[in-house]
Design a protein around this ligand. Structure first.
Ligand code: FMN
Length: 383
């Protein structure tokens, strides 16, 4: 069994990459992630020198909870506060010492020629294996980040400009803040991109503190963590079905199960940020151990064997609606008659008879809500 993968011609010892964010704040932290086992590390996005690029600054975070359970995080963190010169002179080389692939996140600037200058300076360090072009940060009010990334023409201009100078493979980190990612992914591919990163944070609002009436965070931020996985997986599946480029997938990877899911949806590498921010670099070996155990148990010798296996089963809701229906069936030996299923059946299919639930086939629409919420797992859907 081996965990190796090949992304855009670059070999990774395993599929797990530390995503561009706070845990990759400088070379030393990137080295720590590499030493913890990450096969690739991405620094905070390197960009222009601007008046707010100072340290400290208001890179605030807020947990989003459902009840007491954190389901995601909103951040107001902009790009690196370290100068471009410092990354080039020392930090990228320090990151490289960890032995992982160094994937330089560079900001697409409004003038694509400036983006190319940055790429050229970064590759001259000799400390970088791949570029990750950031056209997806959700925070900036205008001109950079997703404001470039949601426009296929602007994305193409950026990619063409960087490709003119690039001696390294170029990945493009796309924004999930679009109705359809496919035209943007195609524009990036046609302009010469070697890989796609799907995707960045979801532009979001952190909530209202009801004791003060104030917003939890005063500006629109980026939503990350477990709650965004379904959004990212939608984009990933749509792009993977239509665009023949290697994909690095990111969004809510908290453990090995999500790594497997993303690979089954076509990803070659996966990246994780919130899991490390919530669990420290120890999250990295934990995820890799789980992945190895899964492969061992299922006799998966290489991740190539499972890559994209879920894609062929994806259809449209219109086609799915024509499939033979299924109906709720209650196992009376398990049912306790608690009535949860009756309260949640909006088709009035469920009744309680003699302290046991009964689902009428002529009323059941097969939605499965009763089975999902049955506290004793007494309900299954059957043809
Ligand atoms: C605090 C914070 C800072 C981030 N900074 C960057 C950044 O500088 N560049 C970038 O491309 N993505 C950045 N991201 C986005 C992450 O790389 C990643 O796409 C996102 O967090 C989704 O992955 P996750 O659910 O594993 O956290 C940041 C995310 C967080 C939480």
């Amino acid at each position: 069994m081996n965990l190796k993968v090949n992304y855009a011609g670059v070999e990774f010892k395993n599929p797990l990459v530390l995503a561009s964010a706070t845990p990759g704040w400088d070379g030393r932290h990137l080295r720590l992630a590499a030493e913890a086992g990450a096969a690739g590390v991405v620094p905070k996005t390197i960009g222009p020198v601007v008046d707010w690029a100072h340290h400290p600054r208001c890179g605030r975070l807020a947990l989003v909870r459902s009840g007491k359970q954190p389901i995601g995080m909103v951040n107001l963190e902009l790009f690196t506060t370290m100068t471009r010169e410092r990354w080039i002179e020392s930090e990228l080389a320090e990151a490289q010492k960890g032995g992982a692939r160094v994937i330089a996140s560079i900001l697409a600037m409004p003038d694509p020629a400036e983006t190319a200058v940055l790429a050229d300076q970064v590759q001259d360090t000799g400390a970088v294996d791949i570029f990750e072009l950031n056209v997806s940060c959700p925070m900036p009010a205008s001109t950079v980040g997703m404001h470039i990334g949601r426009n296929p023409t602007l994305v193409a201009h950026q990619v063409e400009s960087v490709k003119k100078v690039a001696r390294l493979p170029l990945s493009v980190k796309l924004t999930p803040n679009v109705a359809d990612m496919v035209p943007i992914a195609l524009a990036a591919r046609d302009a010469g991109a070697d890989g796609l990163v799907i995707s960045n944070s979801v532009r979001a609002f952190a909530g209202v503190d009801i004791s003060t009436g104030q917003p939890v965070l005063p500006a629109m931020g980026g939503y990350t963590g477990p709650a965004i996985k379904p959004i990212v997986q939608r984009h990933l599946a749509e792009v993977a079905l239509k665009v023949d480029l290697p994909i690095s997938a990111i969004g809510g990877i908290m453990g090995w199960r999500e790594i497997v899911e993303y690979i089954m949806l076509g990803a070659t590498t996966v990246q994780s940020c919130t899991a490390v921010m919530w669990g420290g670099y120890e999250a990295i070996p934990r995820m890799l151990k789980g992945l190895e155990d899964f492969m061992q148990e299922r006799s998966v010798n290489s991740l190539d064997e499972i890559r994209g296996v879920a894609l062929k089963h994806i259809t449209t809701t219109e086609i799915y609606a024509k499939e033979p229906p299924k109906f709720a069936l209650v196992d009376k030996s398990k049912c306790t008659g608690c009535g949860v299923c009756r309260r949640l059946c909006f088709y009035d299919a469920v009744t309680i008879e003699n302290d046991r639930a009964f689902a009428a086939r002529d009323k059941c629409d097969g939605c499965g809500l009763c089975a999902l919420w049955c506290p004793v797992e007494a309900i299954v859907l059957v043809p």
